[in-house]
Design a protein around this ligand. Structure first.
Ligand SMILES: [Zn+2]
Length: 251
């Protein structure tokens, strides 16, 4: 691996992680602003009260805004595996892209190469399991859609980052059980709670079935849910975890 080149542009927006400090989650975002400069300015503006640990520009430049040891303000109201306050346990990476509001487009190769290198570096430093590498929309499906359906999760998984099982052949006779998606989404880690199931289903599709993110439960999505659920279960089992939350009945 080539040496990671990171420049500092420190943000005042951070606080202490609660003791005992734990860093076992990686949250990927897009900036959703017109330019990288505007995003960096906002993430470093004390009045904005938002930040991330790292920003990756489209040309691959990596900025460090907050030291890993500190709690950055990137996740907001969010939940994964039944756990909230994810800022306390996560590292947040903001990936420069205008986002759905300002002209969402593919993430350039140089940028993805840097994202990959940075993630690998972080996974080597912190005990972050594959099933806790997530997108912002995974942990806040009702509010967020980043990093979105154009983000190359499959490529990252090929580099050992996160989970993205290969997609099976086109579905013909997969039987869709309307009660199954909620169960599958919860087993993967999505918090359904009182929120509408459709938001979590769209978040799932953006991440794992990017060709179709309309919130509809077609046979392809139903089958993809079962594939992803099995991959997450296998990953947890490999780490010796069968239940992910004492508050959850999902095992
Ligand atoms: Zn975000």
């Amino acid at each position: 691996m080539t040496r990671l080149k990171v420049s500092d542009r420190l943000s005042p927006n951070h606080g202490p992680r609660p003791e005992p400090a734990r860093i076992d989650m990686l949250v990927l975002h897009y900036t959703g602003m017109k330019t990288a400069a505007a995003a960096l300015e906002r993430l470093c503006d004390p009045a904005s009260r938002v930040s991330a640990h790292y920003v990756v520009e489209e040309n691959g430049a990596i900025w460090r805004l907050v030291p890993d040891s500190r709690r950055a303000f990137h996740a907001g109201v969010s939940c994964w595996e039944g756990e909230s306050d994810l800022n306390s346990v996560s590292i947040g990476i903001e990936i420069v892209n205008p986002g759905h509001e300002w002209g969402y487009h593919r993430f350039p190769e140089a940028q993805m190469a840097s994202v990959e290198q940075l993630c690998q570096h972080l996974l080597s430093r912190h005990p972050i399991p594959p099933y806790r590498v997530v997108g912002h929309s995974d942990i806040a499906p009702e509010r967020k859609s980043d990093p979105g359906e154009l983000f190359d999760w499959a490529g990252l998984a090929r580099a050992g980052i996160g989970i993205w099982p290969p997609e099976g052949a086109p579905v013909r006779d997969f039987v869709v059980d309307p009660g199954q998606p909620l169960d599958d989404l919860a087993a993967i880690g999505y918090c359904i709670g009182a929120g509408p199931q459709a938001a979590a289903l769209v978040a799932f599709q953006r991440r794992f079935r990017p060709a179709c993110c309309d919130g509809g439960l077609d046979a392809g999505t139903a089958r993809r849910l079962s594939e992803v659920r099995a991959a997450f279960a296998a990953s947890r089992a490999a780490r010796g975890r069968t239940c992910y939350s004492s508050r959850s009945s999902v095992c």
